[in-house]
Design a protein around this ligand. Structure first.
Ligand code: ADP
Ligand code: GLC
Length: 509
């Protein structure tokens, strides 16, 4: 085994008070590469946890598009055992922006030097099992090679679900076996399903293809194996933690999750309060805050102007930002669109995803240019400008593990209109017409009628009870969605995972 890279300052002292060591493994981390909210979380949560004195480090693939020049290349190579033999990877080291938190990038161009993270739009790369078995295994090899033996490993979503499995199997009777494992589900719909014949690619024996580990309705399922093997499980909101134990939201894994219900925690995500701060946002036209909200009107006018919509202060803008997938309920929005566009409103949509949805929204926008704009792109700056310049944000999610955009929008005084599901329920409080309370509008039935009615309710409130809207905006902006609370919760989870693994408290001996 290569022993390069063991740097004395990175090896914890063997005795005395020591920091809890955590390895955070994620398939995407902002600002390096991002397809959705997991990257946002992976880019901020570890920083918040580190501020609590935990020695947490991040591992991710070195994808195409990451500025590798700015990263330090570690000497030597990493030997990663794969079904085809040892794969030799390089490792580059960076720091999460604004921190000294190490991020290790696994460089293996055959797998990761590609334009997309998981596959072209609507498709998956055919070797994804190989790619992410490799990432999971490489993360463990990295620890051994640099001499960082974590007390806990935190894996995220199906791409890293093999980590807890490897800790229990191939690492048996080795130092990594002592690491407690926490597996977080950000989205249960993506499970890492592969043909059973591909089992050999994981490097694990056929004996693991059984109904208590990988086998699930005749396929192999990485998420299931991760759920079974991890010491502790979590998901990204308390409501979603309950929902996924039911058949309506369990995507076939509800039985598995209910079985492990006692070890499943729902911890609400936070948001990066610096990156999403209307008082200091370089992307928006004017700064503003809860105490002085005047700049929001400037942002609205700038958005209308930039997008070529009529610059009218008294017509409400309904913003939409998100992946155009079934999860987000955009098909329901599509069916409600004509109805909504029959009112005096403006709609601004930014999204990428299903081709059908992209074409549909693009087509409607081209026909209703005086009221609607659709940007089929991934554009971070425009996402900020929409959050700031809109009056309302539409989020008719079919299911939503947590959702970040509705928290961003509240921070920007833009009231979310959401379906009552998952993290949306945990972060938005419904408008009460009698006393003006609330921070947004909630509807329950996933139907175009219910969505349009709720948009209509928001519209009439906008015109008839503007004082309620203003008070809601301020209330929404004052919500505390920072990571501090979730960082404390995660530190507890790490200690709990450790205790389950070792049978004693961290630091007790
Ligand atoms: P999910 O992870 O399910 O996509 P979240 O609400 O948790 O949903 O996070 C979505 C993240 O991706 C937010 O940061 C949002 O601003 C961003 N995002 C989604 N689509 C786009 C897009 N087309 N352009 C820019 N940012 C986007
Ligand atoms: C997933 C979910 C989203 C959540 C994000 C971060 O992508 O779809 O609801 O906010 O992960 O946890």
């Amino acid at each position: 085994m290569p022993v390069a890279w063991v740097r004395p300052e990175r090896v914890s002292p063997p005795t005395g008070e020591r920091k809890l060591k955590v390895l955070y493994v994620a398939p995407e981390v902002a600002p390096y590469r991002k397809t959705g909210g997991l990257a946002d979380v992976a880019g901020v949560l570890p920083r918040a946890v580190r501020q609590r004195g935990v020695d947490i480090r991040v591992v991710m693939p070195l994808y195409q598009g990451i500025d590798w020049h700015s990263l330090e290349r570690l000497e030597g190579t990493l030997g990663v055992p794969m079904y085809f033999g040892q794969a030799r990877a390089s490792v580059r080291l960076g720091r999460l922006p604004g921190s000294d938190l190490p991020v290790y990038f696994i460089e293996y161009n055959r797998f990761f030097d590609r334009p997309h993270l998981y596959g072209p739009p609507g498709q998956a790369y055919s070797d994804n099992l190989e790619r992410f078995s490799f990432l999971s295994r490489a993360a463990l090899e990295l620890c051994k090679t640099i001499g960082f033996f974590p007390d806990v490993i935190h894996a995220n979503d199906w791409q890293t679900a093999l980590v807890p499995v490897y800790v229990n199997t191939v690492e048996w009777a080795r130092p990594m076996h002592g690491a407690g494992t926490l597996f977080t589900i950000h989205n249960l719909a993506y499970q890492g399903n592969f043909e059973s014949g591909a089992m050999f690619i994981t490097g694990l024996g056929w004996e693991h293809y059984n109904s208590s580990e990988f086998e699930h309705f005749g396929d192999m399922n990485l998420m299931k194996a991760g759920i079974r093997h991890a010491n502790l499980l979590s998901t990204v909101s308390p409501t979603y933690a309950r929902e996924i134990q039911t058949s309506a939201y369990g995507f076939g894994l509800d039985g598995e999750l209910a079985l492990r219900g006692r070890d499943l925690r729902g911890v609400l995500n936070g948001i990066d309060a610096h990156a999403w701060d209307p008082e200091h946002d370089p992307h928006i036209a004017a700064p503003y805050g809860a105490r002085d909200i005047a700049g929001k009107a400037v942002c609205k006018a700038a958005l209308q102007q930039q997008l070529g919509l009529p610059v009218r202060p008294n017509v409400p803008i309904f913003g939409v930002v998100g992946r155009l997938t079934a999860q987000k309920g955009f098909d329901v929005l599509a069916h409600a669109l004509e109805h909504i566009l029959s009112w005096d409103v403006q709609i601004v949509l930014l999204g990428k995803g299903d081709h059908e949805a992209e074409h549909f929204f693009g087509y409607v926008a081209s026909r209703r240019g005086e009221k609607m704009r659709a940007y089929i792109a991934f554009d971070e700056g425009l996402a900020h400008r929409i959050e700031a310049g809109s009056d309302f944000l539409l989020m008719p999610s079919r299911y939503e593990p947590c959702g970040l955009t509705q928290m961003y929008s509240q921070r920007y005084g833009t009231l979310p209109i959401v379906r009552g599901t998952g993290g949306l329920l945990d972060t938005v409080s419904n408008y009460n017409q009698a006393n003006g309370e609330g921070t947004g509008f909630i509807f329950w039935d996933l139907t175009p009628g219910a969505l349009a009615d709720t948009v209509g309710w928001a519209l009439s409130t906008y015109h008839d009870r503007p004082e309620h809207i203003l008070a809601m905006r301020k209330r929404a902006m004052e919500q505390d969605f920072s990571w501090d609370r979730a960082a404390v919760a995660h530190e507890h989870l790490y200690r709990e995972a450790y205790r389950i693994r070792r049978g004693h408290e961290f630091g007790a001996r």
